[in-house]
Design a protein around this ligand. Structure first.
Ligand code: FAD
Length: 441
């Protein structure tokens, strides 16, 4: 007998309940990934993520081959391609991870329609705790983080499962997409990390979780895990990382788990409110300011505020940005310039290698005050942020070469320098930031 393991955002062999269940169901399994035309049509398949995905699929294929199997690739509509393969192989079951976005929910309905009772959907594959596993009385999701964290800690969680030792794939199933393997995509960002489970596991092993609590907000120290792209594509399992961190223990591991709970939190919000990918989570009456030139300056890292510009340039170069920089660059767009958060979120998604509908859109809404922040009027002053999180200015000097010669914290206020560098003047004054002027209240 044959079953199908349909990979989506779970591109791994370790702790993969989808693959384990498919293997348990039949003698042979088809490990399938469909290059989804639907994703391409939404514009989500940008070069940085496509290049990373190619690495993930190559690594998954290598891992399967070392166990006697291989990855089967198809291109097209996921439900139709999967149903075609299920018919051709006489598959008894098709296993897939439950997704959270509106897109994933529609994909699941299409699969159910095409496959009927043969479809098996697995919870808590993409997150440590399944969305909806804990809910406040009378509601379908938590809207506030702290009570969610409490409920999350008290909840029963799935135990990680081991990677399979052997995978047998039916010999008569062709491997690849017609016309060859993956397109050779050139990423937009030169400093992109390598995709795949092997690279993700190597990163986790090399990284020091013990120091996380001390260093996670230090922009120059750059001491966060950088596991986000591996989590987005499921090269690493959130449940396994939680288990590894809990076994390690200590304040660093605890703070790291808390961030993984933020990830689960945003996923459970999106699962219940898929519209929050685009629509304001909380009604927001004010009209956003519109200014294409200001938006372009922000995207290009030319706002005249070095700490903001450093973040935007890190994003362009690495396809990744430090969390503290994401917070302050996003806040600058939504609260200081008072531009629509959707424009900022779209720019992030066009480059972020970890670009994720739940984490990106809901963090943007959190910052913009339209989301789950219980203090929606908070404004991060970029100068105060710079002095706290880049006190010596090293992060700015690294990413803004025009200011590389300016020593110490003076780099944060180039407009005060006796000799003006070749660098833009501030786009707006901070005390006249539009949000503070009252437009946002
Ligand atoms: P670490 O600090 O090492 O944290 C470990 C993991 O916890 C991360 O890999 C991530 O999976 C999760 N995590 C950490 N912080 C958050 C958070 N605030 N929300 C949700 N999960 C979190 N994260 C994405 O994965 N994709 C995005 O598209 C994304 N967009 C963001 C946009 C804005 C405006 C903001 C403020 C944050 C965004 N984040 C996003 C969350 C966070 O900035 C990144 O997850 C983090 O910077 C990734 O680096 P890391 O892996 O070194 O994180």
């Amino acid at each position: 007998s044959v079953s199908i393991a349909l990979f989506t955002q779970d591109l791994r062999l370790h702790d993969n309940p989808v693959l384990r269940a498919a293997l348990a169901d039949a003698d042979e399994v088809v490990p399938l990934f469909v290059l989804d035309d639907g994703v391409a049509a939404t514009g989500f398949a940008v070069p940085n993520r496509s290049a990373f995905l190619a690495g993930c699929l190559a690594d998954l294929d290598a891992g399967l081959r070392s166990r006697g199997g291989r990855l089967v690739l198809r291109r097209g509509a996921v439900a139709a391609e999967t149903a075609r393969l299920a018919a051709a192989t006489g598959a008894v079951s098709v296993h897939v991870a439950a997704g959270v976005s509106g897109f994933a929910q529609r994909r699941e309905s299409a699969l159910r329609e095409a496959l009927g009772g043969r479809l098996r959907v697995h919870d808590a594959v993409l997150t440590a705790l399944a969305p909806g596993a804990v809910t406040p009385a009378g509601k379908d999701h938590y809207a506030v983080f702290t009570p969610y964290l409490r409920a999350w800690r008290a909840a029963q969680r799935r135990h990680p499962v081991a990677a399979p030792r052997a995978v047998r794939v039916p010999a008569d199933v062709p491997d690849g997409v017609p016309g060859g393997a993956l397109p050779d995509v050139r990423p937009d960002s030169p400093g992109l990390p390598a995709g795949g489970e092997s690279a993700g596991r190597a990163r986790w092993s090399a990284w020091q979780v013990d120091r996380y609590e001390e260093v996670h907000d230090d922009l120059e120290g750059d001491g966060t895990s950088r596991l986000s792209p591996y989590l987005h594509f499921g090269c690493l399992s959130a449940a396994e990382l939680v288990a590894l961190a809990e076994r390690r223990g200590g304040p660093g591991a605890e703070a790291f788990v808390r961030q993984l709970v933020w990830r689960d939190f945003h996923h459970q919000v999106l699962a219940a409110r898929p519209d929050a990918a685009h629509a304001d989570y909380r009604p927001h009456d004010d009209r956003w300011h519109r200014d294409e030139a200001e938006l372009a300056a922000w995207k290009a890292g030319r706002t005249g505020y070095p700490i903001v510009d450093a973040g935007m340039r890190q994003l362009a170069h690495e396809g990744w940005m430090h969390n503290r920089a994401r917070l302050l660059t996003a806040c600058f767009l939504a609260k200081t310039l008072y531009l629509d958060w959707r424009a900022g979120a779209a720019h992030f998604l066009s480059l972020l290698v970890d670009g994720d509908v739940a984490n990106n859109q809901l963090n943007w809404q959190w910052v913009a005050g339209t989301g789950t922040d219980t203090r929606p009027n908070r404004v991060l002053n970029p100068l105060t942020q710079a002095k706290r999180f880049d006190p010596d200015g090293a992060y700015v000097r690294r990413w803004v070469p025009e200011l590389a010669h300016v020593p110490g914290a003076a780099v944060h206020q180039p407009w005060l320098l006796a000799e003006r560098p070749d660098y833009p003047a501030p786009l707006v004054g901070l005390d006249t930031g539009r949000f503070q002027q009252g437009r946002g209240r």
